[in-house]
Write a protein of this length. Structure first.
Length: 57
């Protein structure tokens, strides 16, 4: 099971982020991915992504 905050620390409509390109954008994406599962980030995120596996019985 994994829980992650979607759009951690930014918003999808954040124009300053949306204008980023190339290496700068890649570094931001790497950082956001890295912090997305921190509990405080998950709690503050607008959306939460849960990835799990259902046990078949």
């Amino acid at each position: 099971m994994q829980i992650a905050g979607v759009e951690p620390a930014i918003s999808a409509d954040d124009e300053s982020y949306n204008r980023l390109e190339g290496d700068v954008r890649e570094r931001w994406l790497d950082l956001l991915f890295e912090i997305s599962s921190e509990p405080s980030i998950v709690a503050a995120s607008r959306h939460i992504l849960y990835v799990g596996r259902r046990n078949s019985t």
